[in-house]
Write a protein that binds this ligand. Structure first.
Ligand SMILES: Nc1ncnc2c1ncn2[C@@H]1O[C@H](COP(=O)(O)OP(=O)(O)OP(=O)(O)O)[C@@H](O)[C@H]1O
Ligand SMILES: [Mg+2]
Length: 338
């Protein structure tokens, strides 16, 4: 592996990238702003700042939806800009390792490969690695052993529940529930209860500050929204209870999906999961009391990690640098044609 190597996790909300050259993780919003239908106006965090604030001729969008590339051209432009901006003159002769969700079609997987392989960077090679595998390695788990590990990666549009043993996936399920759905549920609840329209960013802030998976009280917050009847901006105080009520059903659905995977888990691996506990990853695992909620509902201990939202990209780094893990990455072309 050359030193000119980039690991990339293209998430629904965030792009995370590491460059082996300078050994650090860079995170920016996976957002693009296009002016007059074609002109690239802004990307990353800069474009996200414009989200819900831009005039009609500027369209701010997220090219990854539900964990897969929904807008190939804009995702490619965004990735190229991101690498140009952060890697400067590192780009020639580079290599990529890209994390892909497991439970998607071969065509969707291939688009992650082609996005980089056919990009301006003209890389020497593009390797892929399953996201849950990378997440487990990033959490510091030795997945090459015959031990079962359960990883629940709670992202923005998706939650991926996986059971891993001997460097491979035994079971996995990608459900379309994540942080964005929590935000939408909060928007709907506030509109119904207070007749107030709020934006996604406000909802997200409420979730982070006041939300609790177990219904805990994290105080109140004043927000400004548009009154549905008068059309005027109004200030209202929102409580923890409001936020908790909105996200309750979605959290229960996530727990049901975890339990379904547990029910299908072979008994010997189930023993390992009970002993080691369930590992949480992804940004939404930062929701207050999520560990307590899942552990009460499954009767299994839950492990939280401080670097939960970066563990996929940190894992990619370990996979390309440490010999015993290198076989976890694969080349899509070889896999298909050999
Ligand atoms: N403190 C917090 N409390 C609750 N949710 C949080 C917190 N911090 C971040 N999040 C949520 O985490 C999500 C982003 O997580 P992450 O970066 O793992 O997603 P992603 O990888 O872009 O998405 P996906 O994996 O679904 O493609 C957002 O929905 C964000 O609101
Ligand atoms: Mg993710």
């Amino acid at each position: 592996m050359s030193n000119n190597l980039f690991g990339v996790d293209l998430g629904t909300q965030n792009i995370k990238m590491f460059s082996k050259g300078d050994n650090m993780v860079l995170t920016e919003k996976n957002t693009i702003a296009i002016r007059n239908k074609t002109e690239l106006f802004a990307c990353g965090d800069e474009a996200y700042a414009m989200y819900e604030k831009a005039p009609g001729m500027i369209k701010v969008s997220f090219p990854v939806v539900n964990g897969v590339i929904a807008d190939f051209n804009n995702m490619q432009r965004l990735a190229e800009k991101f690498i140009e901006k952060h890697a400067k003159n590192f780009v020639k002769n580079c290599e990529f390792i890209v994390a892909v969700p497991t439970d998607i079609t071969e065509v969707e997987k291939r688009s992650f490969y082609e996005l980089f392989f056919k990009s301006k960077m003209k890389p020497k090679s593009v390797l892929l690695c399953e996201k849950p595998i990378a997440a487990a390695v990033g959490l510091g788990l030795n997945i090459n052993e015959p031990t079962g590990f359960m990883i629940v990666d709670m992202g923005a549009d998706t939650t991926e529940i996986s059971l891993i043993s001997l460097g491979g996936l035994v079971l996995s399920d990608l459900i379309r529930i994540g942080g964005n759905h929590f935000d939408e549920a909060i928007i709907t609840h506030i509109k119904r209860k207070y007749s107030l329209v709020i934006g996604q960013k406000t909802a997200q802030q409420l979730k982070m500050d006041l939300g609790s998976a177990t219904g805990g009280d994290y105080g109140t917050q004043k927000i400004v929204g548009r009154d549905v009847v008068s059309g005027l901006p109004v200030e209202t105080e929102i409580t923890s209870a409001d936020v908790n009520e909105s996200i309750k059903d979605l959290l229960n659905s996530i727990c049901t999906a975890i339990k379904m995977i547990l029910e299908k888990t072979p008994p010997e691996l189930a023993k390992d999961v009970i002993r080691a506990g369930i590992y949480l990853a992804g940004g939404s695992s930062n929701l207050h009391d999520i560990d307590k909620f899942i552990s009460e509902s499954t009767n299994i201990q839950v492990n939280l990690n401080e670097t939960a939202d970066q563990c996929v990209v940190l894992g990619l780094n370990t996979i390309v640098t440490e010999k015993e893990y290198q076989k976890l990455a694969y080349n899509l072309t070889k896999k298909i044609y050999n």
